[in-house]
Design a protein around this ligand. Sequence first.
Ligand code: C2E
Ligand code: MG
Ligand code: MG
Ligand code: MG
Length: 297
Amino acid sequence: YEAKSRNDAVAVYAPEADHNSAARLGLLGDLRRTLERPDRPDLGELGVFYQPQVAVDSGEVVGVEALLRWRHPEHGMVGPEEVIRAVEHTAVMRLLTYRVIDEVVGQVAAWRADGVRLRAAINVSVRDLHTSDLVEHLSAQLARHDVTPDQIELEITEGALMADPRRVLATLRQLDRLGVALSLDDFGTGYSSMLHLRRLPLSEVKIDRSFVLGMGSDDDDAAIVRSIIELAGALGLRVVAEGVEDERTWRRLSTLGCQVAQGWFYARPMPAAELTNWLARYRPPRALRGALAQGAA
Ligand code: C2E
Ligand code: MG
Ligand code: MG
Ligand code: MG
């Protein structure tokens, strides 16, 4: 993985002149085949990796984020951002999102059967929010696996609101009524972030990892992280920092009052079976245990 520069994050919202490039059209057809033929792994394999989200102060695992992985038959692993860019203006997007939802809800039910209660966050794309199909599909899957809505969270980005704010808002309200928590992802990279915090039925914001990665070396990034934590606190929103790669960052987040963190310092995204093993072995990072012991003394 490479640290994403802030420019990459912003580029998502730039007008995309090239979304019909040959490479994307190629990927699109290949992905469609992968989706249609799960019985043919030689045509590519779709999967979901899970990354733990950890309470900053106790080290307790509070949930996982589901992250899409696609193994292309020739190109190997293709990153989710590239996959999403290739399909998000097409009808394939919905199929892909449904595949992820089905897999994640099924996995949450499987963990529960093993006595592990985990909330899973699923990333959804702009286009997914343009109809209420998403709500119907999700509630059907929840019912099918007997999973309660509070075990699922959806992560949306601000870009979602740019295209068709009224329809998106209507979908978000339906999801909220269903009892699914909504998280605003990549916070700080989009437009008019403040406005969205007021208008949307959110319960969480995620500080974009570009700021978290930079906060150790860049005063501006550190100031942005601090302000987002304060703002979220004032609005009663849970705040999650992603991209926490080292102990120093974790310590600073703890001092700033950030509630939840996610990043390589704790664990990388991994397949479900690996996460199950990881959870069984997990103890809060040594540094964190030391700090907790000091706090208790
Ligand atoms: P995101 O939702 O902001 O996800 C967090 C990204 O940060 C993930 O990248 C994760 O692997 C990475 N990450 C986690 N901890 C660290 C760390 O400590 N350091 C660094 N440098 N990176 C870290 P990933 O898995 O490549 O996903 C990239 C983006 O693709 C996601 O960003 C999300 O916007 C999108 N995405 C992933 N899965 C899905 C999906 O199922 N549906 C949709 N619509 N989008 C998805
Ligand atoms: Mg996310
Ligand atoms: Mg993010
Ligand atoms: Mg992102």
